[in-house]
Design a protein around this ligand. Sequence first.
Ligand code: ADP
Ligand code: MG
Length: 367
Amino acid sequence: MASNSDKTSGDLSVTGIHKRYGQVRALADVSLTVAAGEFLTILGPSGSGKTTLLKVVAGFETPDEGDVRVGGRDVTDLDPAQRNIGMVFQNYALFPHLTVERNVAFPLEMRRVPTAEIRTRVAEALALVELTGFEHRLPRQLSGGQQQRVALARAIVFRPTLLLLDEPFGALDRKLRESMQLEVRRLQQRLGLTTLFITHDQEEALVMSDRIAVMDSGRLEQVGRPRDIYEAPQSPLVADFVGESNILSGTVEAAEGAAPAVRLEGGTLIRVAADGAVPAPGARVRVLLRPERLGDAGDDPGAENRIPGTVVESIYLGLSDKYRLRIAGGIELLARMGASRTARRYAEGDAITVGFHAADARIIEVR
Ligand code: ADP
Ligand code: MG
């Protein structure tokens, strides 16, 4: 089933989707396309509407407005069974009384595929998820990760046009989750499966996706490649939800030289990134500064910004040290500094001068 001629994945497009549950607006004007073979992740906090969107795509919920097209076909009014979509959920939902083999065969039996072909395709699907030899086990005789691989085999065995995954690793421990993330991504790429994946875990989204759509309160906030979402968030909400962040308020001052300057509320003047349209002097802005871009100023002579402060809290994290600092005006900054052999460690109460490059301070909101 991995050969090119078998690739049946199509593109997905949802347009102008609205969905209410009584007073709750679960989806508000959601439009999105996923290209054929693309892995797109919906990332958002609990209650933001992710599962509702998936149910609308799958056909378990009818949208109040808008339409869904899969592989160019309008499926908005079709039943789930008619949409040829594979699905995996957090709670495996395997048939407990059926063996692994029968679980995976089920979608093919439903489609009245001939018995001999069922046997071949089930064997192929189990090989793809590395469960050859487990055919005759029952779900309760498998670990959580193995059960989830059976669910995955069952979702791909009928060559779906689209694969939907709703927090499929939520119940797995961290190590297993990380290996499943890579496994699923490899499988998806190998089969060229168009995939819509849901998670509230930003690291998972960054690791797995071709593109990420950040969702909040039923709306898509930003859609982009992982690097763009992380490095160029278009709103404080996205910056805050994806990664750790310092978001600083200030006022633009007249630029001297290349980098524009922003006067922070505490009085500190910082140089910020000059890319994009720089707002006029006097504009109130918010600036994003990622904690890992703040360093010990003494180690980075090229940093245009050097700010003295005091360590309020020092947290040992193994791979890095995390510091909460207070600078002029009582403003707090988060800094993450790598734990290299030569790195100096700071304790609570220590004076510190942090440095950062203008290019790493990005204006993300103008008011
Ligand atoms: P997520 O998957 O991002 O956690 P959901 O799509 O499950 O979010 O839910 C979005 C919003 O819609 C939430 O406020 C939730 O409480 C509400 N909601 C979801 N399903 C129903 C339902 N069947 N009836 C009423 N409200 C619902
Ligand atoms: Mg959900």
